[in-house]
Structure formats: C-alpha cells, structure tokens
Design a protein around this ligand. Structure first.
Ligand SMILES: NC(=O)c1ccc[n+]([C@@H]2O[C@H](COP(=O)([O-])OP(=O)(O)OC[C@H]3O[C@@H](n4cnc5c(N)ncnc54)[C@H](OP(=O)(O)O)[C@@H]3O)[C@@H](O)[C@H]2O)c1
Length: 291
C-alpha cells in the first residue's frame, strides 16, 4: 500500500500564504485552506485543495497548520473564531509578522489549549517560496520543529534559533529594521533620480553598487561589539555634512526630505553631544542602545 499523502492546513491566503499553499500542492500534500475572504482560495481549490468552512475546521483538519496573516490581531481574530476547536496535540507554525512579545504571548495561550506554537519569520518574497536558498527564522519547541521539519522545508530552509518563541520574531524584526529603511531609502533615491530626468533603470546599476554593503557590515560589526568608535575612517561631522547635501539635493528636486532629515537629526544629536570626531558607529549610543 502507498503511504497517504502528507497533509497540511494553510490559514491566510494573502500573497505569502497563497504561495505557500500552492507550493504544498505542487509537492503532493493534501492541503486544507481557510481564508477570511473565501474567493482567494478559489484557484487553489480548483487545483485540489480542500476549503474548510471555518477556522476551527481548518485547524482540526491536520496536525500541522501554517498561518500567514497580516499580524497577531488577525491571529487573535482567527483563534477567537476557533475558540471551541480541539487543538490538543496540534502544531501551529505561525509565519505571521509581529513583535517578540506578541509571539511569546500567543505561544503561552496556545500551550494552555494543548497546542504547540512555532514562530516563523520568512526572509523571502512570495515568488521565492520553495526555491533554493529561501530561508525563514524559526523558534519554539524543538520537538515540534523536528516533527514538522519536512513540511516546513517544503517552503524554505529552516533557520532554527532556539526554544524561546520570541526569538524568530526578534531576528525577523531586526532584519526588517534594516530592510525597510534601506528599501525606502532606495525608493527615495529613485524619486530624486526621477525628478532629475534619470529613469529607475538607468540608475539601477549605480544603486546596486551603492547598496552592496557587505564590506561596511563586516568592517563595523566588530567595532560596534568592541565599542571602538574612533573616527579613523569616517567622522560624524562628515556624515552630518553629507546628509545635509543629500537633503538639500532632494529639496532642490522637490522631493520630500523627511527621510534624509531623520538621518541628519541623528548625526546632529551626536555632534551636539561632542561626538563629532567619532565614527558613525557612535550613533548606537545616540540612538539609545547601551554599550
Ligand atoms: N509579502 C511578502 O513579501 C512577505 C515577505 C516576508 C514575510 N511576509 C509576512 O507574511 C505575512 C503575510 O504576508 P502577506 O503579504 O500575505 O500579507 P497580507 O497581504 O497582509 O495578507 C495576510 C492575510 O491575513 C488575512 N487577514 C488580515 N486580517 C485578518 C483578520 N482580521 N481575520 C482573518 N484574516 C485576516 C488576510 O485575509 P483577507 O484575504 O481576507 O484580507 C490575508 O489572507 C505577513 O506577516 C508579512 O509580514 C510577507
């Protein structure tokens, strides 16, 4: 006899959850889906997915449910609708973004219902789900992660950080701190380019060179850990002058300057505190982190 197909439930069919459900179907899983807006499941159902009528039915359908929701308010709304579902022995792999505190609270609430909560943080966009090199942070009960590793690895490589359910959310949010500021910086720069008649495509090769920042990440990390903020390579006064030029160039192009002004304000605060001759890593103190 053939072994039964592996099975999984996916709750939340935004771009990310939809890509995950599709990946499971492609890998031969029996997939149960539930989404607040049912129509988002239509094409998956046409390809063989089972549409659960309620979140409770979806959660009870399989030992493993993957959740991909906007935030933990949405998780709370889903779990409220499944308040009477029997979650004993179930595992919820929650790939929804939110704070570490909310991940820990959700894990504690689900433990009271006999369920394991694995926190996840996906590091790739939906089109890269189930492609080589895709990774996601995970934390939570190691036995639950091991029990469902094969299913999780359909989606991404598993970067397991430890038992604390907050860890995956923490690493994910630290990453997003860089990701969003860098990417909005890119869009801001392209706005200045466009205002000067330079297309995004024309500026792209230059943007790629500027944002290839591995050298700087490697150079500054040990200096941050050693609190070695000597301005032998760069000085905060130089950074402040440079950011003022960036803000002025944006203003001359009629582009909003709030973003460069926020960076300039951090440099200026460091100068006011007498740190103008230090390296930009001194900003780690100015921004509030302890040595
Ligand atoms: N998209 C990406 O590039 C990307 C990359 C990495 C990580 N992530 C993370 O992955 C998660 C999902 O991403 P996404 O782009 O698919 O997000 P999304 O567009 O916000 O979709 C999320 C899902 O949440 C559901 N939802 C929202 N509020 C709800 C509520 N109150 N009750 C029930 N369901 C609710 C939506 O249902 P409806 O269809 O009914 O609106 C939808 O299915 C997010 O936490 C995101 O940060 C996304």
């Amino acid at each position: 006899m053939n072994a039964p197909a592996p099975a999984v439930t996916v709750i939340g069919l935004g771009p990310m959850g939809h890509a995950m459900a599709a990946a499971y179907l492609e890998h031969g899983y029996a997939v149960t889906v539930w989404n607040r807006t049912p129509a988002r499941a239509d094409d998956l159902v046409a390809r063989g997915a089972h549409r659960a009528a309620t979140p409770a039915q979806a959660l009870e359908a399989n030992p493993l449910t993957v959740l991909s929701l906007t935030d933990y308010d949405a998780l709370d709304a889903v779990l409220e609708q499944a308040a009477h579902a029997d979650l004993t022995g179930r595992t919820l792999a929650n790939l929804t973004s939110d704070t570490p505190a909310r991940a820990r609270a959700a894990a504690a609430r689900l433990a009271e219902r006999g369920a394991a909560h694995i926190t996840g943080g996906v590091q790739v966009p939906p089109p890269l789900i189930a492609t080589p090199g895709a990774t996601a942070y995970y934390s939570g009960p190691p036995e639950a992660v091991e029990a469902h590793r094969a299913a999780l690895e359909v989606l991404t490589e598993v970067d397991y950080l430890g038992a604390d359910p907050g860890l995956a959310a923490l690493y994910y949010q630290i990453g997003m701190d860089m990701f969003w500021t860098a990417l909005v910086g890119y869009v801001h720069a392209q706005a200045v380019a466009r205002a000067n008649g330079i297309s995004a495509a024309d500026f792209l090769p230059h943007a790629r060179k500027t944002l290839d920042m591995g050298y700087f990440l490697d150079f500054y990390a040990p200096r941050i850990d050693a609190a070695h903020h000597v301005g032998d390579v760069d000085r905060i006064t130089m950074g402040a002058a440079s950011m003022a030029h960036v803000a002025d160039t944006a203003a001359e192009a009629g582009v909003d300057t709030a973003l460069p002004q926020a960076v300039l304000a951090a440099f200026s605060r460091a100068v006011e505190q007498g740190r103008g001759a230090d390296s930009l890593t001194r900003l780690i103190d100015v921004l509030g982190a302890a040595d």
